[in-house]
Design a protein around this ligand. Structure first.
Ligand SMILES: Cc1cc2nc3c(=O)[nH]c(=O)nc-3n(C[C@H](O)[C@H](O)[C@H](O)COP(=O)(O)OP(=O)(O)OC[C@H]3O[C@@H](n4cnc5c(N)ncnc54)[C@H](O)[C@@H]3O)c2cc1C
Length: 321
């Protein structure tokens, strides 16, 4: 192999990609992470507009697995997860006082502290991947090229297949083709101080909306901020609608449920691949040591923050073992 080529090229810096990166760095490997977003975290996202802070992707996370419980216990720096809600069966739903994005930041911090060498590139959309003499090369929209000895793909299955189907064995292609995603239209509503009394997060019975969350109740220092998630059926039926009309509909639905709200600012965001409906595959990742290709993400592991993390950690252990 050519000298100076990183051990691992990870495309996708969501939670699964960063969990994977953490393990590979801890094993002393050199890792390059490419993500098309302005920052990492993927669907574990936090958006700030003025003094309003929204968790407009994942709202909270559960911690059934020991590795995630350990991460909470050993949290480095401010913003340690706090219990926020109690779900079915008494399951604790954790929130992050600095926003859900800080979970991604925590993984990055761990990766940087590991014994390996990390190169992170955001706003870096990979458009083409191919095998090369040194391993794998990713060509990016901005004209860059990044090479790694082994390739790891961590984005939703349709995006993954669009990028790398030819690099995958047929059986794995079929498995990924079977993964379905629920879309979600999300509204972010910045409220005046009058909205401060709204608290918590709750599922709603409504033809349009599915979930309402008072983000100022969990994100420290935010002005009153509401995140509304539309239901799967409504989001799918209106997936290609213009944002302005979606915003009107979601605001009307919010009035139906919560009455007139003191809205000062609003925006909608479309998650085309919000939550995965994966085929049941134990393990939640795929690692082909002979080919040097690994896949992680909620599409193989289940539609949750902690499933995505487990998937990345599991793949990292398999690939560095
Ligand atoms: C609206 C919504 C609500 C949710 N609510 C919850 C919740 O309350 N609790 C919970 O546990 N889970 C929730 N989830 C699910 C949870 O957020 C996901 O399961 C988890 O974050 C998935 O992580 P991932 O790493 O598998 O994928 P992603 O987060 O999608 O990461 C993939 C990354 O790949 C990048 N990427 C894609 N294509 C390219 C490319 N060509 N080049 C470079 N980079 C690329 C993306 O930018 C992204 O950062 C929710 C998700 C959504 C959208």
């Amino acid at each position: 192999m050519a000298a100076g080529i990183p051990d691992a090229l990870i495309v996708g810096g969501g939670l699964s990609g960063l969990a994977l990166c953490q393990v590979l760095c801890a094993a002393g490997q050199s890792v390059t992470v490419l993500d098309r977003g302005r920052r990492v975290g993927g669907r574990c996202a936090t958006f700030q507009k003025g003094g309003w802070i929204f968790d407009h992707g994942a709202q909270f996370f559960t911690a059934r697995q020991p590795r995630l419980r350990q991460l909470i216990e050993d949290w480095r720096g401010p913003g340690k997860p706090v219990p926020w809600l109690i779900g079915p069966g008494g399951q604790v739903r954790y929130a992050l006082p600095k926003g859900m994005w800080s979970l991604a930041a925590q993984l990055l911090r761990r990766a940087e502290e590991g014994g390996g060498k990390l190169a992170l590139h955001t706003s870096c959309q990979v458009d083409f991947l191919h095998r090369s003499s040194a391993g794998f090369t990713a060509q990016t929209r901005g004209g860059g090229a990044f090479t790694g000895r082994r390739l790891f793909l961590t984005m939703p299955a349709p995006q993954l297949l669009g990028l790398a189907a030819e690099l995958l064995p047929q059986e794995l292609r079929r498995e990924l083709e079977a993964v379905r995603y629920r879309p979600t239209w999300t509204a972010l509503l910045g409220l005046s101080e009058q909205g401060r009394s709204l608290a918590g997060g709750w599922a709603v019975e409504d033809p349009v909306l599915h979930w309402v969350s008072a983000d100022h109740d969990k994100v420290a220092g935010s002005l009153p901020a509401l995140t509304l998630h539309a239901g799967e059926g409504w989001s799918a039926a209106h997936l290609e609608d213009p944002p302005a009309s979606v915003q009107r509909e979601l605001l009307a639905a919010s009035r139906r449920i919560l009455g007139e709200l003191p809205v000062e600012w609003a925006m909608v965001h479309r998650w085309r691949y919000a939550t995965a409906l994966p085929a049941p595959t134990p393990g939640g990742y795929r690692w082909d040591a002979a080919a040097g290709v690994g896949i992680a993400g909620d599409g193989l592991a289940g539609p949750r923050v902690e499933s995505a993390l487990e998937s990345g950690w599991g793949l990292g252990e398999a690939a560095s073992g």
